[in-house]
Design a protein around this ligand. Structure first.
Ligand code: HEC
Length: 146
């Protein structure tokens, strides 16, 4: 008689733990959907690459990430060395500086989330939308064409 409630208690506990785990996984997946995007904005990738006029920071469009494998992307963010082996810090590029000083502190999981977002969800249309938020950017481009 005494064993029965104890057993039920354990079964109940296991059930509660399983439900909690399932909920945690679902919540985590939802959070990770937006975490990569959040990182791209908070770390300044979007800012330097799309919202700062090219005469101030000449960064290529972020769709360039589609040419990177995850391993090459990791190396770029941790060391500032590009997929073609250019050492950006050595040539005095700000990208090399932020990689070594700032992005090298990213956790591996964060780099993966950022990569997934830029690879799958970052398009030329998104880039244009960001650039249109800074009208001066287009003004500069027009002047540059003249
Ligand atoms: C402070 C400005 C700045 C920030 C912040 C920045 N970038 Fe850059 N990035 C640059 C510049 C400038 C270049 C061009 C470097 C060159 O070719 O000399 C560049 C180049 C790159 C390249 C292309 C390298 C190649 O193959 O030529 C990738 C990919 C890239 N950045 C990704 C990112 C990502 C992802 C982030 C955010 C985690 C980021 N950048 C944040 C300025 C920045």
């Amino acid at each position: 008689m005494r064993k029965m409630p104890e057993l039920m208690g354990k079964t109940m506990l296991i059930r509660v733990l399983l439900v909690t785990l399932a909920l945690a996984l679902v919540t985590d997946a939802r959070a990770s959907d937006s975490e990569g995007k959040r990182l791209a904005y908070v770390l300044g990738c979007v800012n330097c690459h799309h919202q700062t006029p090219r005469d101030i920071i000449n960064a290529p469009p972020l769709v360039i990430v589609q040419e990177y494998s995850i391993e090459q992307f990791r190396v770029l963010l941790k060391t500032g060395v590009t997929s073609t082996g250019r050492n950006l810090a050595d040539i005095g590029s700000i990208m090399g500086v932020v990689a070594i000083e700032q992005f090298s502190h990213l956790l591996d999981d964060e780099v993966t989330l950022l990569y997934d977002f830029l690879l799958k969800d970052w398009t030329q249309a998104t880039a244009q939308q960001e650039e249109s938020k800074i009208p001066g950017l287009y003004k500069f481009d027009e002047e540059a064409v003249e």
